[in-house]
Design a protein around this ligand. Structure first.
Ligand code: V07
Length: 257
C-alpha cells in the first residue's frame, strides 16, 4: 500500500511494468541464438495467410539485428528454416525460400555499412539457386567485415549437423588422416557447421514452446535458455533487452558462488 502511494507520488512504474534495460557494465552475451517461432500463429490470430506472418517476422529480424549490434553482441544466429520445414505446404516453402533474397535486397547495403558479417549455417544442397546465390552474394559482400557476425540457419538441423561431422571424421579415419583416439570434443566441434563460431551463451525461443526443435544440439550444451510466450512478429527490442537483462542476472548469481 505504501509502495503504491510512493509510485503514485513519484510516478515510477512498479517492477512488473518497469522495462528491463541491459546493464552496460554487466556481461553482454557474446553469442545469442534465436528460434523465431510463432509467425503462423500470429497470422492466424489476424485471419491472414501464414505468409503474412513470415513477412511480419522478417521486419522483426531487421529490428533485432540492430538491437543486438547496438548493445555489443558479437554473434547473432537466427533459425530461419529447419531441415523439417521442407514438409510444409509447397506454396509456403516457395515463399520462405524467397525471403533471403527479399531481405537482402533492402538490407544488404545497410548491413555492409554497419560492418556486419553475414554467414549461412546449414546444408546448401536443397536450396533453390536464387536462395543460395542471394546468400552467397551476402557472404562475399561482407566477408571482410569485422563487426557483428550475423548467421542465418537455413536448411539447418542439429542432428544433420552431427551426422555430417561423424561422416567426415569416419572418412578421415578411413583415409588414415585421423586416428580414432584423436577424436575428442574439439575435433567434433571443428566438423560442425558452426566450426568457427563460439557456442551460444543465450538461446531465445519465442511463441511459448519449451523445446529445442533440433536447433544446435551439440552447441547448446552450456547455453542459458530463455523462453517467452510473445510471438516472433510481436517481439520487440524491449523483449530482447529483457532477455539480455535476465541473462545478466543469472550470470551475476553464478559469479557470486
Ligand atoms: C525468414 C522471417 C523471420 C521469421 C522466421 C521464418 C521466416 C530473414 C531471412 C534471411 C535469411 C538469409 C539471409 C537474410 C535473411 C529469412 C527465411 C525465412 C528462410 F541472408 N527472415 N527469414 N529466411 N523468415
Amino acid at each position: 500500500m505504501l509502495e503504491r502511494l510512493g509510485q503514485f507520488l513519484t510516478n515510477k512504474p512498479n517492477a512488473a511494468e518497469r522495462p528491463s534495460i541491459p546493464d552496460q557494465n554487466g556481461e553482454i552475451p557474446q553469442h545469442v541464438a534465436i528460434i523465431m517461432d510463432g509467425n503462423g500463429r500470429w497470422a492466424k490470430q489476424r485471419n491472414l495467410p501464414r505468409i503474412a506472418g513470415h513477412r511480419a517476422g522478417m521486419k522483426t529480424v531487421k529490428e533485432i539485428v540492430k538491437a543486438a549490434d547496438g548493445i555489443g553482441v558479437k554473434v547473432l544466429t537466427m533459425y530461419a528454416f529447419s531441415t523439417e520445414n521442407w514438409k510444409r505446404p509447397r506454396d509456403e516453402v516457395d515463399f520462405l525460400m524467397k525471403l533471403p533474397q527479399e531481405f537482402l535486397s533492402t538490407e544488404l547495403e545497410e548491413l555492409v555499412e554497419r560492418n556486419v558479417r553475414i554467414r549461412m549455417v546449414g546444408s546448401r544442397d536443397r536450396l533453390p539457386d536464387y536462395t543460395l546465390s542471394a546468400m552467397e552474394l551476402a557472404e562475399s559482400r561482407t566477408k571482410q567485415n569485422t563487426g557483428l557476425k550475423l548467421n542465418f540457419a537455413l536448411n539447418y538441423g542439429g542432428r544433420t549437423d552431427i551426422v555430417k561431422a561423424v561422416t567426415e571424421l569416419v572418412q578421415l579415419v578411413q583415409a588414415g588422416k585421423l586416428k580414432p583416439e584423436q577424436v575428442d570434443e574439439a575435433v567434433i566441434s571443428q566438423h560442425l557447421y558452426t566450426s568457427d563460431i563460439p557456442d551460444p551463451d543465450l538461446l531465445i525461443r519465442t511463441s511459448g514452446e519449451i523445446r529445442l526443435s533440433n536447433f544446435m544440439l551439440w552447441q547448446i550444451a552450456y547455453t542459458e535458455l530463455w523462453f517467452t510466450d510473445v510471438l516472433w512478429p510481436d517481439f520487440t527490442i524491449q523483449h530482447f533487452h529483457q532477455a539480455i537483462a535476465e541473462y545478466q542476472g543469472r550470470a551475476r548469481r553464478y559469479g557470486g558462488v
